[in-house]
Design a protein around this ligand. Structure first.
Ligand SMILES: C[S@@+](CC[C@H](N)C(=O)[O-])C[C@H]1O[C@@H](n2cnc3c(N)ncnc32)[C@H](O)[C@@H]1O
Length: 208
């Protein structure tokens, strides 16, 4: 987060959250950055969000932060990596949020085998970047009228729109996929999307 506002934005905090931040740093677990988190929590408050679907749990950092906004928020979150999943279970349990955060150990592309609550006010897409269009299409049908879809990392460390300068073919292809998603989303007539240069680039899509 831009250090200018670091002390002003009041993000949820407790011992577990501090430990998760430390773990993310030492083990290089990609968690949402503070600017994007501040926006996400603001949207939850302003839209009075109660039901959330998250694609990409990692160690449960964003889920726990979202759940702490209000005691009547319920979250389904999907993670395919077993080590992350186990760590998320532990963290959610330490925060005593097991009854409100449901972690599904699955590949999110395998939607039919995941038992979800459905009817979400907010869907947060934060998993494999190359699959963003697929995730969007698979889950948008579970969004309530006037619901919102938030997608993170759309500038991908400043590499998006600079893909020709990338040496690694794998990385170049990944960045191209994100560029494709940005273009596709901007032309999706069922949503009004704002692309914001907050954090690593975030899109907020409001269902029309
Ligand atoms: C950026 S991290 C999520 C960070 C988390 N939302 C946070 O801010 O605390 C992305 C996670 O998505 C998971 N992931 C990637 N592709 C997935 C898929 N197809 N299904 C489920 N999880 C996936 C990865 O294993 C990784 O843990």
């Amino acid at each position: 987060m831009n250090s200018f506002f670091t002390n002003f934005n009041q993000l949820p905090n407790n011992e577990i959250i501090t430990k998760m931040r430390e773990k993310a740093q030492t083990d290089k677990v990609p968690i949402i950055n503070d600017d994007s988190l501040a926006l996400l929590l603001l949207l939850i408050r302003v839209k009075n969000v109660k039901r959330i679907l998250e694609i990409g749990t990692a160690i449960g950092f964003s889920s726990i932060n979202m759940a702490l906004v209000n005691s009547d928020i319920e979250i389904d979150t999907i993670e395919r990596n077993e080590i992350m999943y186990q760590e998320a279970l532990k963290n959610v349990s330490s925060c005593k949020l097991n009854n409100r955060i449901h972690i599904h150990f699955n590949d999110a592309l395998d939607r039919d085998n995941i038992k979800l609550l459905g009817s979400y006010d907010l869907i947060f897409i934060d998993a494999a970047k190359a699959q963003y269009i697929k995730f969007f299409n698979l889950y948008e049908g579970m969004l309530n009228d006037k619901g919102i879809i938030v997608t993170d990392n759309l500038m991908f460390h400043g590499l998006v729109n600079n893909s020709e300068t990338i040496q690694s073919k794998r990385l170049r292809n990944l960045v191209k996929k994100i560029e494709e998603y940005n273009d596709w989303l901007s032309h999706n007539d069922h949503y009004h999307t704002s692309f914001l240069t907050i954090g690593d680039g975030i899109a907020v899509s409001v269902k029309i």
